[in-house]
Design a protein around this ligand. Sequence first.
Ligand SMILES: [Zn+2]
Length: 211
Amino acid sequence: MQELIEGVYKFRQEDFGHYRELFQRLSKKGQHPHTLFITCADSRVPAMLMTHSEPGDLFVVKNVGNIIPPSDLTHATNSTAAAIEFATGVLGVGDIVVCGHTQCGAMHALLDGEPKDSEMPHLGQWLRLAQPVRDTLAEHYLHLTDHEDRATAAAGENVRLGLKNLRTYPTVAKRLADGSLQLHGWMFKIATAEVFAYEPESGQFTPINHD
Ligand SMILES: [Zn+2]
């Protein structure tokens, strides 16, 4: 905790000057983020840093495994679904990025078998939403034997599943239909901070280049 407290102090002393006008403007005009950025709660995936974004740019949702539940999921208090509806129906973001990453603990847990419900019932139920990913791995990725390679493949499939599930939300479907919203699937490689974008035509993730 001491680290955090010192960080708060240091930010106010050393960095805030650079952001002062921006924060004042944001405070007066409210937020108009251009993108809903859904990624993993993993502490190594820094949404703002990796995209060189500023406060006010991204509406960030971080959850375990960047899992996107289908909109017909009922009997659940689901903050990710609420955030998707708010960002697309109220804030009017123009883009949604679903960003998975390498070395994802949630993907490892998914492939290794979920935690026991008696110990971590919420985590078990949450990971179960990504069961189709596990099925796809069992069906199409038997050639991958390395544990890490399988987790990376699962992370990619989980992004694809997330993009599919996003389309089940009425507010997303409406905005896709009128052309005011774009969906993007990304993968973040922790070791190099490289970002790969999913290309539906080829079914592959390719590095994001400046041009
Ligand atoms: Zn993760």
